[in-house]
Design a protein around this ligand. Structure first.
Ligand SMILES: Cc1cc2nc3c(=O)[nH]c(=O)nc-3n(C[C@H](O)[C@H](O)[C@H](O)COP(=O)(O)O)c2cc1C
Length: 230
C-alpha cells in the first residue's frame, strides 16, 4: 500500500548475496590420489603448508563438532594446537560447553576449509585429554591474552552484562601479566585420535576429488585409502 517500493526482507537480501557467490573460481591445484603417502598426517601437513603459501587467512582455525549428552550435535570454531602420530590437538577449558560434551561423549569431528586452494579436510575419531603437563605447557607457550582468556573462565556460562565481562577480563589480564606462569587447571589439550581423515580437492567442473584414509582403531598403524564419489 502507498507509494513506497516493497522493502527487501533480510531473507531477500541474503538470497541476492548468495546468488552472487561463486566457489572454485580459481584454477585448483592438481591432486593425484595415486601419489599420496600411506598415512594422512604428511598429506595434512603438505596441504597446510600450501594453504599458508597461498595466503589462506587463518588456515589454523577449524570447526570442532561434538555431541552433547543427548547426542545432539554442536559445533564451534577453534584453533589447531598441533598434530602428530597421536592425532590432531585442540585446547579449551574442560568446564566449557564443549569440554563437558567431550567428557560425556569423547569423540569429535574436525573440519578445515581452505578456499585459497579449493580444499577441505575432515577428521573424525575418539578424543582423549592430553596430560596435565602437556596442557600446562600449551598454555605457557601462548600469549598473555590467551592466558587472560583462560583465566577469565566461565566460558559458555550466561553473562549478566558486558561490564561484568570487562571487570573480570581486566582482573584476568592483571593476573596474567603479573604471573605469566600461572596455572589454569581447567585448561585442557584434547587429542582427536583420527580413525578417518578425508582430503577434498574442489574442481570448477564439480569433479571434486575425495580421498579418505581410514583405520579400524586409533591404535592401528594400518590406514586404507579409498576414493569417494563427490
Ligand atoms: C577463529 C577462532 C578461534 C577460536 N579458538 C578457540 C580455541 O582454540 N579454544 C576455545 O576454547 N575457543 C576458541 N574460540 C571460541 C569458540 O569458537 C567458542 O565460542 C568458545 O570456545 C565456546 O564454545 P562452547 O560453548 O562450545 O564451549 C575461537 C573462536 C574463533 C572465531
Amino acid at each position: 500500500m502507498g507509494d513506497h517500493p516493497p522493502m527487501d526482507t533480510p531473507a531477500d537480501i541474503l538470497d541476492t548475496l548468495l546468488r552472487g557467490q561463486r566457489p572454485w573460481q580459481s584454477e585448483p591445484p592438481v591432486f593425484d590420489p595415486a601419489d599420496t603417502p600411506a598415512e594422512p598426517l604428511p598429506l595434512f601437513v603438505a596441504w597446510f603448508a600450501e594453504a599458508v603459501e597461498a595466503g589462506q587467512p587463518e588456515p589454523h582455525t577449524l570447526a570442532l563438532a561434538t555431541v552433547d549428552a543427548d547426542d545432539a550435535p554442536d559445533v564451534r570454531t577453534v584453533t589447531l594446537r598441533g598434530a602428530d602420530a597421536r592425532g590432531w590437538r585442540v585446547a579449551t577449558r574442560a568446564d566449557s560447553r564443549k569440554g563437558r560434551q567431550l567428557a560425556a561423549s569423547p569423540r569429535a569431528a574436525l573440519g578445515f576449509h581452505w578456499p585459497a586452494r579449493s580444499r577441505q579436510i575432515r577428521v573424525r575419531g575418539p578424543v582423549l585429554p592430553a596430560s596435565p603437563e602437556e596442557s600446562r605447557a600449551d598454555l605457557r607457550a601462548r600469549s598473555t591474552g590467551a592466558l587472560a582468556a583462560a583465566l577469565t573462565g566461565r566460558q559458555s556460562a550466561p553473562l549478566g552484562s558486558l561490564d561484568e565481562l570487562a571487570r573480570a577480563s581486566a582482573e584476568a589480564w592483571r593476573t596474567a601479566r603479573a604471573e605469566p606462569e600461572r596455572d589454569v587447571p581447567q585448561w585442557t589439550v584434547y587429542v582427536v585420535a583420527a580413525t578417518e581423515v578425508e582430503f577434498w580437492q574442489g574442481d570448477p567442473g564439480r569433479r571434486h576429488v575425495r580421498l579418505v584414509y581410514r583405520r579400524p582403531s586409533p591404535r592401528s598403524p594400518e590406514w586404507t585409502r579409498q576414493l569417494l564419489w563427490p
